[in-house]
Ligand binder design. Structure first.
Ligand SMILES: Cc1cc2nc3c(=O)[nH]c(=O)nc-3n(C[C@H](O)[C@H](O)[C@H](O)COP(=O)(O)O)c2cc1C
Length: 359
């Protein structure tokens, strides 16, 4: 096992807004469904994330800003005192291990089952249109998505306030910033996309109105904790969870232009090319700011992306599951381990914190 000098670009420091990364390797957000009662992160989370603290930056799993934002089973929240306390332990463990950690805020909107949610919470969305997709529940297995209740204009403003409070809570817990999850068919993307947003108020209609929710959420979070601690994740063109936009070139061109004016810490792009949009080319044309590039990267392709100036940083998702020391393995040329697919979302430590380091 020898170090590959072609990978050297990955191991240089970089600053993304207020975030000073010691290397260019970011751990991408991954839902792992290990939260305890009350959707509180536990000691397992502290161990899991601190094991991976050699990453230049960790992005947590998707975290709901409110009970209504929860879609999947056993995902953690950041709205109760107990959740904030749990995340404080996580942030402290990661910082003690020398790492940086931002929280991904994920409001699932219509991609939800009430079977996964606390009593009294609701499935809400821009419009009352059911997604043609299924979701896993602990009690009933795979079930159809429900018809969501359309948010009123006042309620949209209130949801923006939930994101603001969640960003404040994340900072109060000691996390270094937040990332807005605006991909994969969840609430922010439901506002952006023409098949899920049929509103006739200022949050729906033309592209100018459909990007408003995401921009106002970013503004609210940036005003609260500093724009240099806020990131945005997108995958323009992705149809996961039955999401479709008639004209993603227009929608995301506008979104990138408006988001560029906010001086965010970074844009986190899941790079994909679709018939309607080559989303990397589009981001390069319209986004002005730091870029984290994701999706199916390997050490060599990631290093080439940095060396070629395609992005300031790169992120890995799946490779971090079974390789807590992914950074060390890439640095020293150690082979990567494969993860256990059957334990991605199961409760408990197995398949979560029991992958050994090799460096
Ligand atoms: C188990 C699992 C859970 C994921 N959960 C999330 C999530 O909560 N938020 C998100 O933005 N992406 C999520 N993703 C997508 C990853 O962040 C990443 O974009 C994807 O795995 C592609 O990167 P990779 O090829 O390096 O794995 C998840 C992926 C996996 C494998």
């Amino acid at each position: 096992m020898t170090a590959d000098t072609a990978l050297a670009p990955l191991f240089t420091p970089v600053r993304l807004g207020a975030l000073a990364l010691s290397n260019r390797i970011v751990m991408s957000a991954m839902t792992r469904s290990r939260a305890g009662d009350g959707d509180v992160p536990t000691g397992l989370h502290s161990t899991y994330y601190s094991q991976r603290a050699a990453a230049g930056l960790i992005v947590t799993e998707g975290v709901q800003p409110s009970p209504d934002g929860k879609g999947y089973c056993r995902t953690p929240g950041i709205y109760s005192e107990a959740q904030i306390a749990g995340w404080r332990d996580v942030a402290e463990s990661v910082h003690d291990a020398g790492g940086l950690i931002v929280m991904q805020l994920m409001h699932c909107g219509r991609v939800a089952s009430r079977l996964n949610k606390a009593d009294g919470s609701e499935v809400v969305a821009p419009s009352a249109i059911r997604g043609d997709a299924k979701i896993f529940t602990d009690s009933d297995g795979l079930v159809d998505l429900e018809i969501p209740r359309a948010l009123s204009t006042e309620e949209v403003v209130a949801v923006i306030g939930e994101f603001r409070q969640a960003a404040l809570n994340a900072r109060a817990a000691g996390l270094d910033g937040v990332e807005l999850h605006a991909s994969s068919g969840y609430l922010p993307m439901q506002f952006l996309s023409s098949n899920t947003n049929r509103r006739d108020d200022r949050y729906g209609g033309g592209a100018e109105n459909r990007v408003r929710f995401v921009i106002e959420v970013l503004q609210a979070m940036g005003d609260a904790i500093g724009f240099d601690r806020v990131g945005l994740r997108v995958c323009p063109g992705f149809d996961y969870n039955d999401i479709h936009d008639e004209n993603p070139v227009e929608t995301y061109g506008l979104l990138f232009e408006k988001a560029s004016e906010l001086s965010l810490a970074y844009l986190h792009l899941v790079r994909r090319s679709f018939p309607k949009i080559d989303n990397f080319a589009h981001a390069k044309a319209h986004w002005r700011g730091n870029l984290i590039l994701n999706n199916e990267l390997t050490g060599p392709t990631a290093a080439a992306a940095i060396a070629d100036g395609q992005a300031e940083a790169v992120s890995f998702g799946r490779a971090f599951i079974a390789n807590p020391d992914l950074v060390g393995r890439l640095r020293e040329g150690v082979a990567l381990a494969a993860y256990d697919q059957s334990r991605l979302y199961t409760p408990g430590p197995q398949g979560f914190i029991d992958y050994p380091a090799a460096t």
